[in-house]
Design a protein around this ligand. Structure first.
Ligand code: SAH
Ligand code: SF4
Ligand code: F3S
Length: 478
């Protein structure tokens, strides 16, 4: 509790943050009390996250605030307040949201007091907001990525109004600390270390919807992780679009490797993960810190996107095929047991069969433990969208299928290499298919199912990997 009771609502709202948002949380809590009196129950909320871990963490901030003001979580979408935290990285992420909105409209007809809110990356696109204003009038609140910290204030405005409330900022240099946040898992948590992206890969919309790169102060990050560790968190995932450029714009610059060294010292914390590493900024210092660390997981997600130097140049990735392969080899030499994973795009404008073969070649040489494969999606406003030679759909689909097969065959072979070994596994959840089993993750992110009960959840246990079944293992406690 943050003492919302003590906040005087007679006063004008304070101008500074986060005090202003706590003031509006107190206002919302009054509203919740009135609701409770009238309806004999508390209002309930439902959040739905689309997109990446960064969005997932943002949704935890939304839930944190909703709980703080007295909402209860609803198991389904027929709730008093529904918020979609949207993603726009590929076209199909957008389409999903429009589809689901139709269903929500049906619920709202049954419960006219229901409020529907949309936030996240999609809302930073003016064409999306125009479409919502025109054809989705039943949406009550729309805000973007830069003013998420003002959620309490926006929610209060929406609760008190019948109009569609829209508040989108073009950019921000603000980072507001110390707002409530709820964790989905008691034992692991994402932690933002930076926001935005300055890389402008030519296919990617993220820099336009998330704004310029801003790093959080190391002391704020460390304090957050110390609190999490004291609260039972054993694993953190440090989040940023390009963690390898962490700290460059701080008043006292600091490298990502230096930050990791500090995080490592935090007592109680057992595992450190991070996402995402851009190959162009991955330093020898980082490899060394990883190799020496006891807590940093032996897993590196290193998006390749394409194996063709020509396409990489057109993508503005700023590394060549050879540089990438050399980097991967250097990492494997320093940490032979590391799992390498990646993101791949097929069908980028101008991609020839030869370019595609280069991608397959890197996949075969690096041998990824797993890879996310994407079909290139044209994003309005990005340089690639107006490039000539967009690739026909059937050609892309054929390349996609061939790539997926290659990636999956290699993943299976790679997984085999740990069979028979003993590994430390964080037990994460009861297995939904097999009664009496729990599911956990090794440091290298491989999934393991083993006999056990819910008392193990959140604990790191030693497991013998008895059998590899394609992408996961069956094991037992030792
Ligand atoms: N910052 C991270 C990636 C964020 S987006 C990085 O640079 O690695 C996650 C993945 O989505 C990207 O790695 C890329 O493979 C994919 N992606 C981004 N834009 C895309 C587009 N327009 N079409 C298809 N895939 C895309
Ligand atoms: Fe997009 Fe490139 Fe930034 Fe990743 S690094 S978010 S792919 S622009
Ligand atoms: Fe999507 Fe935004 Fe993440 S566009 S991938 S949710 S940064």
């Amino acid at each position: 509790m943050h003492g919302l009771e003590k906040i005087s609502l007679e006063m004008e709202p304070p101008a500074e943050e986060p005090a202003r948002q706590y003031y509006f949380m107190a206002k919302c809590r009054e509203w919740v009390r009135r609701f409770e009196k009238k309806n004999g129950r508390r209002p309930c909320f439902f959040t739905q996250t689309f997109g990446c871990q960064m969005n997932a963490r943002d949704s935890e901030k939304l839930s944190g605030i909703l709980r703080e003001i007295g909402y209860e979580e609803s198991p389904g979408e027929e709730a008093d307040f529904v918020i979609y935290n949207t993603c726009t990285v590929r076209e199909n992420a957008n389409l999903k949201v429009y589809g689901r909105l139709g269903v929500l409209h049906g619920y709202k007809k049954k419960n006219p007091d229901m409020k529907i809110a949309l936030c996240g990356c999609m809302m930073q696109e003016p064409s999306v907001v125009e479409k919502l204003q025109k054809s989705y009038r039943f949406v009550d609140l729309i805000f973007g990525t830069h003013n998420l910290f003002r959620f309490a204030e926006l929610l209060y405005t929406a609760l008190e109004s019948d109009r569609m409330i829209i508040d989108i900022w073009k950019d921000t240099d603000q980072i507001v600390e110390d707002l409530p946040v709820e964790r989905k898992y008691p034992f692991k948590s994402g932690v933002n270390i930076m926001f935005g992206c300055n890389n402008f890969c030519s296919y990617c919309i993220v820099p336009y919807v998330r704004g310029r790169e801003r790093s959080r102060e190391a002391k704020d990050i460390l304090r957050e992780i110390e609190h999490l560790a004291a609260d039972g968190v054993v694993e953190v995932m440090l989040l940023g679009q390009n963690v390898n450029s962490y700290g460059k714009n701080l008043a006292e610059p600091m490298t990502f490797a230096e930050l990791l060294r500090e995080v490592e010292k935090i007592e109680g914390l057992e595992r450190i993960r991070f996402m995402t590493s851009h190959p162009k900024d991955l330093s020898d210092e980082l490899i060394q810190v990883m190799a020496e660390s006891r807590k940093i997981c032996r897993h590196l997600h290193l998006p390749l996107q394409s194996g063709s130097t020509t396409i990489l140049k057109a993508m503005n990735r700023r590394y060549t095929k050879e540089q990438y392969v050399n980097l991967a080899e250097k990492i494997r030499r320093a940490m032979p047991d590391i799992a390498l994973t990646t993101d791949l795009i097929v069908g980028f404008p101008g991609e020839t069969e030869e370019d595609f073969q280069e991608t397959l070649d890197v996949v075969r040489r690096v041998r990824y433990d797993s890879a996310f494969t994407f079909i290139y999606s044209k994003r309005t406003g990005t340089p690639a969208a107006s490039m000539e030679c967009q690739i026909p759909e059937d050609v892309v689909k054929d390349r996609f299928d061939r790539l997926l097969k290659e990636v999956q065959d290699i993943s299976k072979e790679m997984a085999e290499r740990f069979a028979g070994t003993e590994q430390l596994v964080l037990a994460e959840e009861p297995n939904r298919q097999m009664e009496g089993y729990v599911t956990g993750r090794m440091g290298n992110n491989h999934v393991v199912h083993f006999p056990g009960d819910s008392s193990l959840i959140g604990k790191i246990v030693k497991i013998r990997l008895e059998e590899c079944r394609g992408f996961y293992y069956m094991g037992c406690l030792v």
